[in-house]
Design a protein around this ligand. Structure first.
Ligand code: SAH
Length: 452
């Protein structure tokens, strides 16, 4: 066993799923956060077990050829990005490997076809949505930013290299508002105080800005001042929403929204369609890559005017409406009622009459629609991280569509579901990873599955 507090010379031989370096000291496994395959580092042991140890990176003795200087000075402490020190080509490569490895190990596929990850030309400033926790520093001054790696300590943020720079201005304004009116800041340890998070959503093409203040209490004072400041300094500021979250929870948004200014929504466009987005509705966070992802989805779906198509987990109906333009009829299913409200309006806004949307759980609604005699020629699913409920997959198979196009943000549940579908007579043809989240270890994949 290695000694806690002692330093060792470690060769990093691989990169783990969370972006941690997997190293060896005289054949013994040592995990080093921030280490890259090919590095020789000095690590200080912070955890020591019989089979492995965990060490802090003290110094890189010999850098891996894949190592680059991260653009962000906080890259090593901030929990937002895990692999900014890895050159972008290799980021794309490890994402492809993650998909391949999951499909082989969990999906039990032999030599699955996994394409090269489609990356961004300029993988910075891509996020259109950010959630900043609010807290106090040692001197009781308000801070907003991101959580440190593996903790809930807030790193105050001046600028962030993966999100829209307008957020810097928004945070400055909120900070000033907190100080000026002595706004109580939420403390998650004691569950006291009021302002918990500042959430922003920004339309990439429209530049419209939504600011959401998440509060514990029903009231928060002096919002008029905040609105005036936002109006003056944030071009595109369209709406301010207060979201009330009285629960002791890690979930950021509560259920109740109060529109304080504007109409409680922003709009954005994807290619030539326009979409309205509400505070609680999901919308893809990387607009440029969303276009790439959706184009692949449509290419894989390859539908025609005779086809009835399901878009399960449809959010505000983005994929549904693109599908609807080439289909006979589209049915969209989504659990968040506000998102379905958006979807219905979005269909109308874009003059699309052949898309019908239902609010509810896919696991309830899909069997129900099937029992009413509705079936699909092609199915698109885009579930949350936990993947599809088995009853959803089973009912899809009973509908006997030609194809299932599976969009996934989690390769392990994707692989599990691919294997389940295989038992129902569906075979995976190809997987296309798309880099929606540069500098993080997250991977998005779209997969074509066909009926055998
Ligand atoms: N396809 C959409 C949304 C994908 S995100 C887009 O590209 O924007 C996954 C969506 O699944 C979210 O909108 C989430 O609210 C929804 N969801 C989560 N659990 C669900 C369930 N059990 N049934 C239906 N929808 C669900």
């Amino acid at each position: 066993m290695l000694k806690i507090g002692k330093t060792y010379e470690i060769d990093i031989v691989d990169l783990g799923h969370k972006g941690e370096g997997i190293g060896k000291f005289e054949g013994f496994t040592v995990f080093v956060e921030g280490g890259l395959k090919g590095d020789k580092v000095i690590g200080k042991v912070i955890k020591s077990k019989k089979n492995y140890a965990v060490a802090d990176l003290v110094k890189v003795l010999e850098p891996s050829p894949q190592r680059v200087e991260p653009r962000c000075p906080l890259a090593h402490t901030c929990g937002g990005c895990q692999i900014m020190q890895l050159d972008y080509e290799n980021q794309l490569e490890i994402k492809r490997n993650t998909v391949l490895e999951n499909l082989t190990r969990i999906g039990k596929l032999e030599n699955p076809k996994v394409e090269e990850t489609i990356g961004m030309k300029d993988p910075y400033y891509y996020r259109n949505k950010v959630q900043f926790p609010v807290g106090l520093d040692k001197n009781n001054r308000p801070i907003m930013g991101f959580y440190k790696k593996m903790s809930h300590d807030i790193i105050p943020l001046k600028t962030c290299y993966v999100q829209d720079p307008i957020n810097d201005t928004i945070l400055d304004i909120v900070r000033e508002y907190i100080v000026k009116f002595n706004i109580k800041v939420y403390d998650e340890k004691t569950h006291t105080g009021n302002l918990r998070h500042v959430v922003t959503k920004i339309g990439h093409y429209t530049k419209e800005v939504m600011v959401i203040l998440v509060t514990k209490e029903k009231e928060i004072p002096k919002l008029k001042y905040l609105i005036d400041m936002l109006e003056e300094k944030v071009p595109g500021f369209r709406t301010l929403v207060q979201n009330i979250n009285p629960q002791r929870t890690n979930v950021i948004l509560g259920r109740e929204n109060k529109t304080i200014y504007g109409d409680g929504v922003i709009e954005d466009t994807i290619e030539d369609l326009v979409f309205e987005i509400s505070p609680l509705s999901f919308y893809q966070v990387n607009p440029l890559q969303t276009e790439v992802l959706y184009r692949k989805t449509l290419e894989f779906a390859d539908i025609n005017k005779e086809d009835t198509v399901f878009d399960i987990y449809c959010g505000i109906g983005t994929i549904s409406l693109f599908l609807a333009r080439s289909a006979k009829q589209v049915y969209g299913v989504e659990i968040v009622p506000d998102a379905i409200e958006n979807a219905k309006k979005n269909a109308a806004k874009n003059h699309i009459g052949n898309a019908t949307f239902y609010a509810g759980k896919a696991e309830d609604l899909i069997p129900k629609l099937y029992n009413q005699g509705i079936t699909a020629d092609v199915v698109v699913v885009d579930p949350p991280r936990k993947g599809c409920e088995e009853i959803v997959l089973k009912t899809i198979a009973e509908m006997k569509p030609k194809k299932v196009v599976y969009v996934s943000c989690n390769p392990s549940t994707l692989a599990r579901d691919v294997e389940i579908l295989k038992d129902y007579g569906y075979e995976m043809k190809v997987a296309q990873p798309v880099d929606m989240f540069p500098h993080t270890t997250h991977v998005e994949t779209v997969v074509l599955i066909e009926r055998v």
